[in-house]
Ligand binder design. Sequence first.
Ligand SMILES: NC(=O)c1ccc[n+]([C@@H]2O[C@H](COP(=O)([O-])OP(=O)(O)OC[C@H]3O[C@@H](n4cnc5c(N)ncnc54)[C@H](OP(=O)(O)O)[C@@H]3O)[C@@H](O)[C@H]2O)c1
Length: 251
Amino acid sequence: MTVDKGMDGAVAVVTGGAGGLGTAICRHLAQAGARLVIGYRGSEDAAHGLAAALPGSDHVARRAAVEDSAGLAVLATEVAERYGRLDLLVNNAGITRFVPHHDLEALDDALIDEIFRTNWRGAFACVRAFRPLLEAGDGGLVINISSIAGVTAIGSNIAYCASKAAMNTMTMSLARALAPKIRVVSLSPGLAETDFVKGLDPDWWVEQTRKTPLRRLATPDDVAAAVLALATTMTFTNGCIVPVDGGRPLT
Ligand SMILES: NC(=O)c1ccc[n+]([C@@H]2O[C@H](COP(=O)([O-])OP(=O)(O)OC[C@H]3O[C@@H](n4cnc5c(N)ncnc54)[C@H](OP(=O)(O)O)[C@@H]3O)[C@@H](O)[C@H]2O)c1
């Protein structure tokens, strides 16, 4: 048996690709030889800067607002015309805001809708748009960046936890529906230091570190290394939730 541990020539779309985790994911994939389509919504300059700075060549930054299904379809056509293939879609775009779980009034309908529109519907819309391209090759992969919050129900707010739990069942449904051409996996990080968790109470941060058996939080590189492993060596992994959390749920 031969094991190809690289991604030479492969093409990957990463939504929210210029964010904290997205940047590390793009970097790891590019280092392995992949060509990146870096999706952004607001971070246009950062995305173009990243495309220019990544190792390798033929990377592009493109607007990919995941609530805009029509725009995603246009992007899928462009990826097909430019590269003629898509090997990996990383549904990484996501939003949240901190709302204490007991404060039901503060979790208003607008925030709930925005969270589900982005975190769940947006990820589904990306799979729908890129499915034909992923199916056309010899083994497409979708990695949904979920969260430990989707399993523990502990996280920035109740709707965020629910959106990630819903993402996990989407992973299972799609893995069944799209097999054998496309694998679908949830990757479930624990707390990681990015803009996403700005404003978090520092005491909570310390407590989460203490409660993690490995005594540290996740880094963007931990998450990116897991993405690369799923794409290159963990090729029989499908329809499940892969944790990157240092064992946090054990305590
Ligand atoms: N950090 C953590 O502790 C942690 C833990 C578990 C899971 N996660 C998950 O990891 C993912 C990345 O988070 P992060 O920590 O890297 O946060 P981040 O730095 O805030 O990045 C989030 C990214 O999502 C993009 N995004 C937001 N709304 C979008 C939309 N409607 N359309 C397209 N892109 C959109 C943003 O793009 P623009 O800037 O271009 O608008 C941004 O690049 C999220 O799904 C999050 O739920 C994070």
